[in-house]
Ligand binder design. Structure first.
Ligand code: UDX
Length: 430
């Protein structure tokens, strides 16, 4: 099939390359000239495991190319909208201007050939209806086809979906979607109405965010009661109705989705006069958590004049260079607002993106042992796998102290002379 993807970001690019790998011909459209040039020349514009190899493979097979022009939609069977729906500046609502601009562009390029238009971007309930009004063409079907790709695992999730939600009012559209996803077994496809599909996306992300907020609150309780959150999470996760996933306590959730999508769902509910009390608590609790963790970090160094804090991890989670709404960045900002001190930070992939947000308010290192030089405290804020096995001899040589605050509970502590504080465990030193 001929597939056009609009938007080459964290969703559009893996989705486009995924469909090529499944055997379809794909054109990815983006308004950013520079991005399109880079991608046509095999240069990846964001970090995502496996993406570069797939791009190079399929530029060679000539089954994908990138363009700034909407002309390609003439030949398309399916057009997938995967542009951003960022938070509006002064409210929690989703900004739909990119979606509506794309809808207008599509409508200007339609001809007599039937087209299926699928909205993959995360959009409030009723957006497909609005897009339908803008496009206003008998020869198209508009469906909701939400993405469930995790950053860092986007290709894995594309090829191994738990489910493919299709919000559609049209049998013709459903048949095309079955063809598009014919490599997957039929049971993966769940057909619902458009509004349900739009809500499923927000409800899924909000539920996961709530699960993280719950385990973070339990971690706080563990710290006070002497229970150990690792054991508590194991114990509750073994109940198959609860499950183990998303029960890792940490500095709070971040990223381009959970913070934005929880706020957007909150404003959708408000507009219908429905109170989502658990969601409200999750949003407030997560914002408070960044401050709480910052205060705990400051507590470690409260007696030191102009202390140096080394931070491991700036990305909002492992496997990505993305710093949007990163807990690490939020916590660093709180720390710097409260005290004059030195922060030195290391990350595997996110240094450039972090620099764009934090500028020269902190120092950046691409070597993790250089980063801890003269540090009074090391704080682990992103769950990169390499932080599990730290070289304690090198830490000892470089650090001023032997204190580590492991906010992701991943550091394997092999030296009893180092004090490694964990989240959700009774930490005597703070
Ligand atoms: C999320 C959804 O998982 C995905 O299905 C959706 O389509 C896009 O949004 P993503 O934002 O890439 O994906 O990250 P995710 O892996 O869900 O993690 C979100 C945040 O929660 C990160 O900050 C992560 O560190 C944190 N997290 C996750 C925890 O603190 N504890 C956990 O147990 C899991």
């Amino acid at each position: 099939m001929n597939v056009v993807i609009i938007g080459t970001g964290y969703v559009g690019l893996p989705t486009g390359l995924g469909f090529v790998e499944l055997g379809h011909d794909v054109v990815c459209v983006d308004i950013d000239n520079n991005k399109v040039d880079c991608l046509n020349n095999g240069k990846i514009t964001l970090y995502e495991e496996g993406l570069e190899d797939l791009l190079l493979k399929h530029l060679q097979s000539k089954k994908i190319f990138f363009s700034t022009s909407y002309g390609c939609i003439k030949n398309a069977d399916v057009v997938i909208i995967a542009v951003g729906t960022p938070q509006q500046e002064n409210s929690g609502k989703a900004n739909l201007s990119y979606i509506y601009d794309v809808a207008k562009q599509i409508s200007n390029h339609l001809d007599d050939k039937y087209k299926l238009i699928a909205i993959k971007s995360t959009v409030p309930v009723g957006t497909s209806d609005e897009v339908e009004k803008i496009i206003s063409n008998q020869n198209v079907d508009i469906i909701s086809l939400p993405e469930f790709l995790r950053e860092g695992y986007a290709l894995y999730d594309f090829f191994n979906p738990d489910r493919i939600i299709v919000g559609s009012n049209s049998d013709k559209a459903n048949e095309l979607i079955k063809k598009l996803y014919s490599s997957f077994c039929d049971e993966k496809l769940i057909f619902v109405n458009r509004r349900s599909s739009e809500l499923i996306k927000y409800a899924s992300n909000s539920f996961l965010a709530m699960k993280i907020h719950f385990i973070n609150e339990m971690a706080d309780l563990c710290e006070k009661t002497g229970a150990d959150i690792k054991d508590v999470a194991l114990g509750i996760g073994l109940d198959s109705r609860i499950g183990h996933k998303f029960l890792n306590p940490g500095p709070g959730f971040g990223g381009s989705c959970f913070p934005k999508d929880t706020l957007a769902l909150q404003s959708i509910a408000e507009s219908y006069n429905v109170e989502l009390s658990l969601l409200n608590a999750t949003i407030n609790g997560n914002q408070k958590r960044f401050k709480d963790i910052a205060n705990r970090i400051l507590e470690f160094v409260k007696d030191i004049d102009y202390p140096t804090i080394a931070i491991y991890g700036l990305a909002f989670k492992n496997g990505t260079d993305d710093c949007r709404q990163s807990p690490s960045i939020g916590i660093i900002k709180h720390i710097l607002n409260k005290r004059n001190l030195k922060i030195k930070a290391y990350d595997l992939k996110a240094l450039d993106n972090a620099k764009e947000i934090l500028g020269d308010s902190i120092e950046y290192f691409s070597d993790k042992y250089e980063c801890v030089k003269d540090a009074d405290l090391l704080v682990v804020l992103t769950e990169w796998g390499e932080f599990q096995e730290l070289d304690f001899d090198k830490l000892e040589q470089n650090m001023k102290s032997k204190f580590i605050y492991d906010c992701r509970n991943i550091v394997k502590s092999i030296r009893s002379d180092f004090k490694v504080c964990k989240v959700g465990k009774n930490n005597e030193i703070i």
